[in-house]
Design a protein around this ligand. Structure first.
Ligand code: MLT
Length: 402
């Protein structure tokens, strides 16, 4: 018999989103025929946009000819695409060869966890995207289990709540090797200001830590005073890696395309550039993003593609405004939904899963329970802005039953 990987046994529960689906299926079994509105997982719903589709088609056609066909490409991505991405999305503050194209931010996070190994300590915003903690535990980042806090001692939860404007109290945080930070935040929808990100970068520089900055929702920022990338902050190139994705701005959740930026200046303790090890990981464990998807990405970064991206983002942000207004009108305290496609609603004194069940029973709406994102998410539920407009119009009527 093969021994089970002990790290798998250390995971606290099943992955959050399959559990939500399980409960949704269970509800449907008991209530067949009911139309459920899903405002749970942040899964895009609107069709791919015309210019992007043209880019995808064009590459499919090229691959169907003997002259145009290509097999494996560079594992790091098509070099023109890398340069285009650095220029168009980063205004040249990062270089093309610091951009590594991939099949998505979540997969890159898992590969980063493989690269950093089991010896590191980590800090996460609490609440946060479950992959940071679960992926780290799978990679062996645990240490011993502290019964009194119900937490592993190599994992630090940095509380982000209404009282601290969803930004951790860095003056009272212990040093960790890695700091996961997501802005615009999933799940709270909070967006860190320039001053806040400067504090974060200064904290990482002081502690010689590395920030893994998740910018998957950056295109949802419309307020020009808010930073869209950690690399807008002085000194970030020495302490940060950024992961991002075409999933949420271009509807590529199924197409699969993302990227990671590893700046030249970022070094390990022994002086090895992190970029070298990342290149080793990508060339060893990954065979490059789909060439078709990459051409779709290139089309998304052309002027027509960028205009389409903007209107797709606006569509989802109007959904966010609709749901936020309805929740506010019910007297709930909400955060997010502005510059971010998630609305984080507070139900003081309640358990998140109880609120999830109540909304499912009374309104036939699926949400995401805040406690699934970490202990500080208890008492909150998350509403996603990804969905068809008519479902949001219907959802706000149904919420009156709450
Ligand atoms: C979420 O709903 O939190 C995310 O969309 C899931 C994901 O991006 O993997």
């Amino acid at each position: 018999m093969v021994k089970r990987n002990p790290n798998m046994a250390k995971l606290t529960a099943g992955y959050l989103f399959p559990e939500i689906n399980r409960r949704k299926r269970e509800y449907l079994q008991k209530n067949p025929g009911v139309k459920i509105i899903s405002l749970g997982i942040g899964n895009t719903t609107e069709p791919l946009t015309p210019h992007v589709v043209e880019g995808l088609h064009h590459e499919v056609d090229r691959l169907s000819t003997r002259e145009g066909y290509s097999g494996y490409g560079d594992e790091q991505g098509i070099s023109d695409f890398r340069a285009q991405l650095a220029a168009k999305l980063y205004g040249g503050i990062v270089k093309g060869d610091e951009v590594f194209i991939s099949d998505g931010a979540k997969c890159d996070i898992a590969r980063l966890q493989t690269m950093f190994g089991s010896e590191v300590s980590i800090a996460v915003q609490d609440p946060s995207y479950p992959v940071y903690v679960d992926g780290s535990v799978i990679a062996g980042v645990t240490g011993s289990y502290d019964q009194s806090r119900s937490q592993f001692d190599k994992i630090v939860y940095m509380k982000c709540c209404l009282e601290n404007d969803f930004f951790p109290d860095l003056d009272n945080q212990p040093r960790t090797d890695l700091i996961y930070f997501c802005s615009p935040n999933n799940p709270t929808g909070a967006v860190a200001s320039r001053e806040q990100l400067k504090k974060l970068v200064d904290f990482a520089r002081k502690n010689r830590s590395i920030i893994i900055f998740d910018a998957a929702y950056s295109e949802y920022i419309s307020d020009k005073s808010l930073p869209k990338t950690i690399f807008e902050i002085d000194g970030a190139r020495e302490v940060a890696i950024e992961v991002s994705s075409f999933s949420k701005p271009s509807g590529f959740t199924g197409v699969r395309l993302g990227w990671t930026v590893v700046p030249d200046q970022l070094k390990f303790e022994d002086g090895t550039p992190v970029r070298n090890d990342w290149n080793r990981i990508m060339t060893t464990l990954f065979n490059g993003a789909s060439n078709i998807a990459q051409y779709g990405g290139m089309a998304a970064l052309e002027d027509e593609g960028l205009a389409e991206m903007k209107s797709l983002v606006s569509y989802y942000m109007e959904n966010a405004a609709i749901i936020k207004k309805a929740l506010d009108a019910r007297g709930l305290v909400t955060c997010g939904g502005i510059n971010a496609p998630y609305v984080w609603a507070h139900f003081p004194g309640r358990k998140s899963w109880d609120v999830f069940s109540e909304i499912l029973e009374k309104c036939q709406i699926v949400t995401t329970p805040g406690s699934g994102f970490g202990p500080a998410g208890e008492g909150f539920v998350r509403f996603s802005a990804f969905g068809h407009r008519e479902d949001f119009v219907e959802a706000i009527k149904r919420l009156e039953a709450l």
